[in-house]
Ligand binder design. Structure first.
Ligand SMILES: *Cc1c(COP(=O)(O)O)cnc(C)c1O
Length: 376
């Protein structure tokens, strides 16, 4: 962007030192025999894929994960050499582009394998593939029990380098581990069948996302795919030693004193009970501050929690100032992050909006410039 990031006064500040500290923490959890894939899909969960990828690799991550070919190609074009796995369903054109850029791809259906083979022939390259088993997620992947000799035959095509066998958990962040255990069992059965039939396994076996990586060492195999924990957002209740990487700041645009009974915003969903002071913040749902946060959330100003009152509109929101707070136009507003003793996490906002921390950070819009710090 040609316009200085600071012009707007609203910024998402990403601490790459926190990302690196989280990588080191996760490496401690998995130990030296397991590799870490830093999942940087959706522009690094809204944090910026390239800076996060570079920081994570420098701290010891060995793989990168993206959802689609275009995301991997962007990293390659920026000079990233590390192995990159394209995790999601991609169409024939995307798979061909992925193979051209030396991205590993997921084979998740008979068609996807045909496309990969055709594409590999077309671009005259070998295709590095990871076979995805559906062990209970019900999304992409061949049924785990459907791994048979016909698949081994198809995967022995000369253009195919069989790099990995993988699956994905539906319930790793839930209290009840039963369904994840069942998924693990199906995955292990397929691994065992493969060992017997083929006499060898592909080099990489992987099942765990962030939650499973933190809580179940038995699911690490030799590669874990970590997204949300990398960004310091706890995937599970508990103390995991992760540091939130993203803070979101703005500035007070206007302060007004209002009479009791004054209404705020569209639909007049909030009315002042007493004489109050309100501050308008120039951030709205078009920036990714979800409309579901209306009358639910709080922001931090001068170390105080200030409740969001009335509806969040497209470009503005309004908060009530506590009596004790001496606030001025231009003062810093923390939408996400620390101010004094107070902290607002993506999980706090998620709870207020009835969603998950993943959605809070991935929805922060392109209108909010990202700035990068090396450490706090
Ligand atoms: C996004 C994704 C992950 C990362 O999940 P987190 O919960 O963010 O750690 C892992 N595996 C696959 C297949 C994914 O799509």
């Amino acid at each position: 962007m040609a316009i200085a990031a600071s012009l707007r006064g609203t910024v998402a500040s990403v601490n790459l030192g926190a990302i690196q500290s989280n990588v080191r923490r996760l490496l401690q959890v998995i130990g030296p025999d397991v590799a870490l894939m830093a999942v940087v899909k959706a522009d690094g969960y809204g944090h910026g894929a390239l800076p996060v990828a570079q920081a994570a690799l420098a701290a010891g991550a060995r793989w990168l994960g993206v959802a689609m070919a275009e995301e991997g190609i962007e990293l390659r074009e920026a000079g990233v050499q590390a192995p990159i796995l394209v995790l999601g369903p991609n169409n024939r054109e995307q798979l061909a582009a992925a193979i051209r850029y030396r991205l590993d791809v997921v084979v998740y259906s008979p068609e996807s394998l045909e496309w990969v083979i055709e594409a590999a022939q077309e671009v005259d390259r070998e295709a590095r593939v990871h076979l995805k088993l559906d062990t209970g997620m019900g999304r992409i992947g061949i049924p785990a029990a459907g791994l048979d000799e016909a698949w081994l035959e198809r995967l022995s095509h000369p253009r195919i380098v069989w790099q990995g066998l993988m699956s994905h958990l539906a319930d790793a962040d839930q209290d009840d581990p039963a369904s994840s255990r069942e998924q693990l069992k199906r995955f292990l059965d397929a691994v065992e069948w493969l060992r017997q039939k083929r006499g060898s396994l592909p080099p990489w076996l992987h099942l765990a996302n962030s939650a499973a990586t933190l809580r179940w060492p038995g699911m690490h195999f030799n590669l874990v795919r970590v997204g949300i924990a990398l960004y310091g957002i706890d995937p599970l209740p508990g103390e995991w030693g992760l540091r939130p990487a993203l803070s979101w700041y703005s500035r007070i645009a206007m302060i007004k004193a209002v009479e009791p009974g004054t209404s705020q915003g569209y639909g007049r969903t909030y009315r002042a009970r007493t004489a109050e002071r309100w501050a308008t913040i120039p951030v709205g749902y078009a920036d990714g501050y979800l409309r579901g946060l209306s009358n639910q959330a709080a922001v931090l100003i001068g170390g105080y929690r200030c409740p969001v009152i009335g509806r969040v509109s497209m470009d503005q929101l309004v908060v009530r100032l506590p009596e004790a707070l001496d606030a001025h136009v231009g003062d810093r507003v923390t939408l996400l992050g620390d101010d004094g003793e107070e902290r607002l996490t993506a999980n706090h906002l998620a709870e207020w909006a009835g969603t998950i921390g993943y959605e809070i950070v991935t929805r922060i819009g392109t209108r909010v410039p990202r700035e990068y710090l090396e450490d706090r």
